[in-house]
Design a protein around this ligand. Structure first.
Ligand code: BG6
Length: 519
């Protein structure tokens, strides 16, 4: 393919903006001394604060097992914010709104202390009793935390006074179908579905949100978005990182639970669902649910034809040797946990019958990239028989989710010159060319939506159970197999067996730039 690139012209007009200042509320973070709080939540809240969208009546109360004073908590947050390109005085004003209490999550005393502290802070900041509880702890603690919040009467709402209480639940939401249903039942003892915000940070990514705008706010794509024109779709989430310091969690999860049950299924749903009747939380989630329900169950007697697991072995990145998964700290000897999953997914519905969706997500792959590529069918007949040695390549539309956020479309054109020669060109749009300040972090959007009471980008209970219903039999089948995942070299595109998912259909995974070809 040539490097000729023609940039799309982008018109920046006024756009409809629903957010102004957010309603006053207190945010309680369970797991406040953890990684997520420092790396994602606090920087996201600071950005919202900097834009003036947090109300005067807003405070953050961190809650964790580590013993910290308010001052020490603020100091930890400040050191995590060091890298942030924000004015110091503004950071200091923000940090003044941050408080901390410590205790053990199953100890009733903690909840008494919390209730007392909330009353004190609600006296200082006019939040009108509105609260968000963010559960960023190990999932086994979700039920006990919610149960005790309920017991101390911290979860009741008063509609007339617009006093609401919302709970954000981090993933993983259960570890299989049964545990997810059990978890729902435990949470429902205290909360109703309208109070529950199950987070999938992929849904907060601008480019993932854009899938719906791209499809349903433009007239030209939707008519060809179906089995008549689409040959197949590939969804890739490739990471260069390995398991890092998360082996404790990852050994219990594995790639299917960690990436497929949530992020991959959600992207698949957005790219393939029918148009909802409105951009309302339940209308959108109804359509996603319908799509998830149309996924054909994996054939358990012929699993390898549809889903393949891999685990990274030792390898090289830029000539530097890296460890295999089994050598990582905290990984059990002989662990069979998968770090790569490739799958061929078929949808049994009117629009997509016979169009395969190939999904892959893996760690320690050659390049960090998330994208959705829609390959259209080739032209039925080439007039230009002599212009090319091979068949005309098909048009490919790529929604680049990260890190080079954008949209591109390949098409064929005449190569200038006396001969009739054809070249594939690319129409390429990069967000960074238009939005030079960069895109907001996923957590900003999601935190704002929760405070605004908008559940559109949060997962409903039935989406969770349908996704688990599809993947639990695969997990069970894998658990009974003697043979573990296929080993692939770190720095390569996963096991060869995953290539066969497509080769059997006479297709190939997209060769993404940066690929290290020799395996
Ligand atoms: C998380 C997974 O949900 O997503 C991680 O638990 C993974 O294992 C991460 O690394 C990837 O997210 P992103 O935003 O970096 O693509």
């Amino acid at each position: 393919m040539t490097d000729l690139i023609s940039h799309a012209h982008v018109t920046r007009g006024d756009y409809f903006c629903v957010e102004s200042q957010l309603s006053p509320c207190g945010l309680v973070i369970f797991g406040a001394s953890g990684d997520l709080t420092q790396r994602k939540l606090i920087p996201a809240l600071l950005s919202i604060y900097q834009r003036g969208q947090l109300s005067e009546g807003f405070f953050i109360l961190g809650c964790g097992r580590s013993q910290l004073t308010d001052q020490a908590f603020r100091a930890t947050l400040a050191s995590a914010l060091k890298e942030e390109d924000k004015p110091r005085p503004m950071i200091d004003l923000f940090l003044k709104r941050c408080y901390y209490i410590s205790g053990s999550y199953d100890d009733l005393e903690l909840y008494k202390k919390l209730s007392h502290k909330l009353k004190e802070l609600e006296g200082k900041y006019p939040t009108h009793g509105r609260k968000v509880f963010y559960l960023s702890t190990p999932p086994s603690l979700f039920p006990v935390i919610v149960e005790r919040l309920g017991a101390e009467d911290m979860t009741s709402e008063d509609r007339e006074k617009d006093r609401w209480v919302r709970v954000i639940v981090e993933k993983p939401f259960g570890h299989d179908l049964k545990s997810a249903v059990d978890l729902d039942n435990q949470l429902y003892k205290v909360l109703n579905e309208n109070q529950l915000y199950r987070i999938d940070h992929y849904l907060g990514k601008e480019t993932v949100q854009n899938i719906l705008m791209f499809r349903f706010a433009n007239a030209v794509f939707e008519p060809i978005w179906n089995r008549r024109y689409v040959d197949h779709v590939q969804i890739t989430v490739a990471e260069t990182l390995g398991v890092e310091h998360r082996a404790g969690y990852f050994e219990q999860a594995g790639q299917l639970r960690d990436m497929f049950q949530n992020h991959m299924m959600q992207m698949l749903a957005l790219v393939a669902m029918e148009p909802p009747s409105s951009f309302d939380a339940d209308r959108v989630r109804d359509e996603k649910l319908k799509l998830l329900r149309s996924i054909r169950p994996f054939a358990l007697d012929d699993l390898e034809r549809y889903i393949v697991r891999g685990q990274y072995g030792p390898g090289y990145f830029n000539d530097i040797p890296v460890k295999g998964y089994l050598e990582e700290e905290g990984v059990a000897k002989g662990s069979k946990v998968e770090t790569y999953v490739g799958a061929k997914v078929l949808l049994d519905n009117w629009r997509w019958q016979g169009v395969p969706f190939y999904l892959r997500a893996g760690k320690r792959l050659p390049r960090r990239i998330s994208e959705i590529a829609i390959t259209f069918k080739s032209v039925p007949h080439s007039l230009f028989g002599n212009a090319l040695s091979e068949q005309l390549p098909a048009n490919v539309l790529v929604l680049n989710i990260q890190p080079e956020e954008g949209v591109s479309l390949t098409f064929q054109a005449k190569q200038p010159g006396p001969k009739v020669n054809m070249v594939p060109l690319t129409l390429d749009f990069h967000y960074r060319d238009v939005y030079s300040h960069g895109l907001p972090e996923a957590y900003e959007r999601l935190l704002m939506d929760c405070i605004a009471g908008d559940q559109t980008l949060f997962i409903r209970h039935d989406e969770v159970t349908v996704a688990w219903g599809l993947l639990t039999p695969v997990l069970e089948a894998w658990a009974t197999k003697k043979k573990g995942p296929y080993i692939y070299k770190s720095g390569t595109w996963g096991p060869l067996e995953a290539d066969q998912l497509l080769e059997r259909d006479k297709r190939k995974w997209r060769l993404l730039e940066g690929a290290i070809l020799p395996r």
